[in-house]
Design a protein around this ligand. Structure first.
Ligand code: F6P
Length: 377
């Protein structure tokens, strides 16, 4: 019998965090269970800082609310936690035992971890150490293994699609190439799906290194057909054939070594030179994460939150809620983050990962090619 649960969010925010919190809290409340939230994610867990959510006015009106009422930790790994040493310098310490102790002392029977790959890796490790955890897959990048969809992704695609629509009209008016840079460090889902939804002419994704000559050939063909304008969507992690992604050093020293920026500008500059059309780049950035969730995300977040609480009631811990072939289900966290893959060493400072990337035989890739979207290959 569980009596008390707590939620934490980790990683970049997405639209849908509050609806997940609401669904967990409502399902808990309806089963006579107290529901709490750790403030600022893993930081709140490490420092034992939490608030009660059920019966608290802060947790009403959450279904359409962007952001996250309990905050979310960034670059925070409890196994490598940043503290100030005695000499005032920053050092990293493993505070996972402290986290386990806090949860025991406060009587939390389960901690729900809302986050992506690196969040769930820490959750898995805390589970192995004895904490009851249940993960819920959050990221706009849609790159969590074992699930078809993460919450927040659909809203990001909708925001990107609206941007493409708006860029289309100005591209046509001024006979320009409009490049839209969207998020996606290693996975091109947002770029690919928004390009299809917005009817873009090209989509460049990290999984398919691009040949800029292929993209300019597509645009030149359009010019010959009387369409002297084009819209090109570029994922921030897109890279040229035999080249590198455009990154810069974050300088934070957390293990997350790189941020991505500049891919769109690079493509715009080269296309301008190769086609003779003026090119402009718009970087969509954090617009994709902020604001109200789409109707789809509200529903998917509610399904995920309610399912997570159901799993807790069944005593099924160490799992992630997933949607596979349209069915709401759960899989062991070990399956999600337990495979040692190359990308894990880069993302989130984790050593293991199983990031879900766009595969060349995915139906979205086929669809994009069928309707004439150039993928740069
Ligand atoms: O992981 C989600 C994501 O939106 C990435 O696509 C992007 O590169 C990253 O977050 C940026 O995060 P931040 O600037 O908050 O570290």
């Amino acid at each position: 019998m569980i009596k008390k649960v707590a939620i934490l969010a980790n990683g970049g925010d997405v639209a849908g965090l509050n609806p997940v919190i609401r669904a967990i809290k409502n399902t808990a409340e309806n089963n006579g269970i107290e529901c709490y939230g750790f403030i600022d994610g893993y930081k709140g867990l490490a420092e034992n800082h939490f608030i009660r959510l059920d019966g608290n006015p802060i947790s009403s009106g959450l279904i359409d609310k962007g952001g996250c009422i309990i905050g979310s930790s960034l670059n925070t790994i409890v196994f490598k936690y940043k503290i100030r040493g005695e000499d005032g310098r920053e050092i990293y310490k493993d505070v996972s035992d402290q986290c386990i102790e806090n949860v025991k002392k406060d009587g939390f029977d389960c901690v729900f971890t809302l986050g992506g790959d690196s969040t769930q890796k820490s959750a898995r490790d805390l589970f192995v150490k004895g904490m009851n955890v249940i993960g819920v897959p959050k990221t706009i990048d849609n790159d969590v293994a074992c699930t078809d969809i993460t919450f927040g992704y659909n809203t990001a695609v909708s925001v990107a699609t609206e941007a493409i629509d708006r860029l289309h009209t100005t591209a046509e008016t001024h006979h320009r190439i409009m490049v839209l840079e969207v998020m996606g460090r290693y996975a091109g889902w947002i770029a690919l799906e928004s390009a299809i939804a917005g009817g873009a002419d090209a989509a460049l994704i990290p999984e398919i290194p691009y040949d800029i000559n292929k993209v300019s050939a597509k645009i030149n063909q359009r010019i010959q057909n009387g369409k002297a304008f084009s819209v090109v969507v570029v994922a921030e992690g897109a890279m040229p054939l035999n080249g590198e992604a455009s990154t810069y050093d974050t300088g934070v020293g957390t293990g997350i070594a790189k941020n991505f920026a500049g891919a769109g500008n690079k493509v715009a500059k080269e296309l301008q030179e190769l086609t003779g059309l003026q090119a402009r780049c718009t970087t969509l950035g954090y617009m994709q994460r902020g604001g109200s969730p789409s109707a789809y995300d509200r529903v998917v977040s509610t399904k995920y939150g309610a399912k997570a609480m159901e799993l807790a009631l069944e005593g099924k811990f160490g799992v992630l809620t997933v949607i596979q072939n349209g069915r709401l289900d759960s899989v062991p966290l070990e399956d999600v983050v337990g495979n040692n893959k190359k990308l894990g060493a880069i993302e989130g400072g984790t050593e293991e990962s199983n990031v879900r990337l766009v595969t060349l035989d995915h139906e979205l890739v086929k669809t994009a090619r069928d309707v004439g979207i150039c993928l740069g290959d």
